[in-house]
Structures are given as structure tokens and as C-alpha cells.
Design a protein. Structure first.
Length: 178
């Protein structure tokens, strides 16, 4: 049999195919030899004991591997459960923190809204007071104009009556009282 790693320069496809045919023939021959050796092993007590010991070691190793795998599964399950519990706890903590933040923001928004309402109310009241003041001024000016027009109308009426030689009823009442 040729070594597994050969120099790449010496590689020949035809030789490789022939080598595979030779290997197959050797494997078949070695299988026949091993089957013939099996009855001999059964007769040899040392080989049988070693074989049994090897078999027990393999079985014990398989059991240990199975136990180890089961232990790893349990640990993985416990680890996942612990991680899920931790995530739930973190989620609950975050939800509580968000809820506190929402309450705080709601209170802050309500305070800001109340302040804005108060400012708006104060501004409206100030504008209303200024409007009432302006209205009062205009009413006073209007009353002064009306009084002035009334006086002018009385003066004009007296003058007209005087021009016609008539006395006004207010003058007659004034002369009758005198």
C-alpha cells in the first residue's frame, strides 16, 4: 500500500485507480482472516477477558457520556429557565420604570397645561380689563360729546326762539319762578 501523502509531481491517475483495486482486494482478504481469528479469540481466555474488559470500558464510557449529556441537558434547561426568569424580571423592572416615567410625564404635562391655562386666563383677563377701560373711555367721550351737542342744541334753540321773539318754556318757567 502506498503512503497517503505522496509528492504531487509523482501522481498518476492510472496508478491511483490500480491502487484502489489492490486496496479493495486486501480489505476483503483481511476480513476473511479476522473472521477466522474470531474462533481463535474465543478459545484464548486472555483475549476474551481483554475483549470483555474493553467492552465493559466502552459501555461504561457510553453510560458516562449519556449521563454527561443528560446533565448538560439539565444544566442547559436550568440555565435557560434562569435566563428566562432573569429576562422576565428585567422586563418587569423596565415596565415599572416606564410606568413611573409615564406617570411623571403625565403629571408634568398636566402641570404645564395648568400653567398655560393660567397664563392664557391671565392674558384674557388683562385684555378684557383693557377693553373695558377703552370702552369706558369711549363712553365717557361719547357722553361728553352728547352733553356738548345737547348744550349746543339748547343754545341754538334759545337763539332761534329769541330770533322769533318767543320765549322758551324753560325761560318762562324761570321767569315765573322769579
Amino acid at each position: 500500500m502506498r503512503p497517503a501523502f505522496e509528492d504531487a509531481d509523482g501522481f498518476d491517475v492510472a496508478e491511483d485507480i490500480e491502487a484502489q483495486i489492490e486496496e479493495t482486494a486486501r480489505v476483503e482478504t483481511s476480513g476473511v482472516i479476522e473472521s477466522a481469528a474470531a474462533p481463535a479469540e474465543a478459545k484464548d481466555p486472555l483475549r476474551a477477558a481483554a475483549s470483555e474488559e474493553l467492552q465493559r470500558a466502552v459501555e461504561q464510557t457510553a453510560l458516562r457520556v449519556e449521563r454527561w449529556m443528560e446533565d448538560q441537558r439539565k444544566r442547559l434547561g436550568l440555565g435557560i429557565d434562569a435566563m428566562v426568569a432573569s429576562l422576565k424580571e428585567q422586563r418587569d423592572t423596565e415596565l415599572a420604570r416606564i410606568e413611573e416615567w409615564k406617570i411623571g410625564e403625565r403629571e408634568r404635562a398636566e402641570r404645564a397645561l395648568a400653567e398655560e391655562k393660567e397664563k392664557f386666563h391671565a392674558q384674557l383677563m388683562q385684555e378684557l380689563v383693557e377693553f373695558e377701560h377703552q370702552l369706558g373711555e369711549r363712553l365717557r367721550e361719547q357722553e361728553e360729546r352728547l352733553a356738548k351737542w345737547w348744550d349746543e342744541a339748547e343754545q341754538l334753540t334759545k337763539q332761534r326762539f329769541a330770533d322769533f321773539g318767543l320765549s322758551t318754556s324753560s325761560e318762562a318757567g324761570d321767569s315765573g319762578k322769579a
